[in-house]
Design a protein around this ligand. Sequence first.
Ligand SMILES: Cc1cc2nc3c(=O)[nH]c(=O)nc-3n(C[C@H](O)[C@H](O)[C@H](O)COP(=O)(O)OP(=O)(O)OC[C@H]3O[C@@H](n4cnc5c(N)ncnc54)[C@H](O)[C@@H]3O)c2cc1C
Length: 417
Amino acid sequence: MQKKDTKKYDFDVAVIGAGPAGIMAACAAARQGLSVVLIEKNSALGKKLLLTGNGRCNLTNSEFNLKELVKNYNNGGFLFHAFSVFGPKEVIDFFEGLEVKTKTEKDKRVFPRSDDAEEVLEALTDYLSDKKIKMFFASEVVGVSCKDKKIIKIILKDKEIKAKKYVLCTGGKSYPLIGSDGFGYKLAEKMGHTIVKPRPALSPIIIKEGWVKNLQGISLKDIKITVFQNRKKQLQEEGEILFTHFGMSGPAVLNISGKVGDLLEKGEIKICIDLFPLLDQEELLKELEDILRKYPNKTAKNILSIFVPERLAEVLLDIATIDKTEIANNISKIKRATIVKILKNIEVTAEDILGFDQAIVTRGGVSLKEIDHNTMKSKIIDNLFFAGEIIDVDGKTGGFNLQMCWSTGYTAGKSCE
Ligand SMILES: Cc1cc2nc3c(=O)[nH]c(=O)nc-3n(C[C@H](O)[C@H](O)[C@H](O)COP(=O)(O)OP(=O)(O)OC[C@H]3O[C@@H](n4cnc5c(N)ncnc54)[C@H](O)[C@@H]3O)c2cc1C
């Protein structure tokens, strides 16, 4: 345990930003007996945390194989050490230790058993208070004073704070109205750090084809989407998609959106949707022909509605230029092949992705080249650490982003000793 130098410093550690990363950093530092202040510009804790997982808080993902876990991130290799110290298993144990019972759902998504983000926030609030962490709310850090590669003090609107060490956890730029407006990047830049251009990620994709708006609200499970640029395959994802009035959303679409945003800077993007990834064209044709034989007098629209929702069936027949009222018996071999082709490959054009207001996370941030992955310590400023979304790492949906915050927050807080 370190002795507090009360003359020179107000605290051993000042954590800036009380999101998940900052809360965990403060907890990890305080666990070592350090005096800690947690500074938050909002008037209360956990505004974003309460929104996570649609209010259910997808706390982590029970992918315990770390080599697999890091594959769910952009720049995931950087996190390997932090995960090996405080990975999904440790996060689940941590919350269970705080009496938050957890459960694991589809795709290894871990939630509180109560399905209530409020329970997670309450447990963390109690823990912060148990550990006697000083909390300043409605306190915005507006500047920083540095000398000889060290932070001397941080400047708030109404006071200044001196600490031995500082952890910057101000998040990214997504959902700016609830706190994270990118100011942390400016602070880091002022101290000499390089910021990899922040871009929205986990954000819905705007689709050029007008017919998508007719599909608004249709959600489809177990779909494969493949992204092409200049006819070259760029990435692929499987899972749920959701059509909206402007384009597409849903976990599979959100997961590719960050990369789609990057690719769009270089040119046009086509997304191919395979509605039946588990069947090849031949198998699907056989299924279609079985149905056509079974219902020889049904219309093309009614036949296709056996495979997909009715509104989608209509759109698909329009794209295939097949008359919706055509009777099953009369659908030619060529038209049958066209139907199968379209069920396996609907092509849409990505126009853009929605901006930071809608993006669940930010891609980009403080360059990883300037952060020690073992400690989260800045390689530029001796007494500065980073944690959470502010760094240039972003994950897929499924609890991966919060896991990254818990792990980097823990590592940074622990390294403040
Ligand atoms: C709607 C939504 C749902 C989500 N659901 C999930 C989910 O279920 N599972 C998952 O893994 N991830 C989810 N995420 C992502 C996850 O919430 C973020 O990755 C995570 O909150 C980032 O944590 P952070 O602590 O790095 O930053 P933030 O949570 O953004 O916290 C940063 C904090 O710093 C404060 N701050 C900023 N600037 C200053 C300043 N100058 N002075 C003082 N304080 C400052 C902000 O007010 C804010 O409270 C979701 C995100 C959103 C938007």
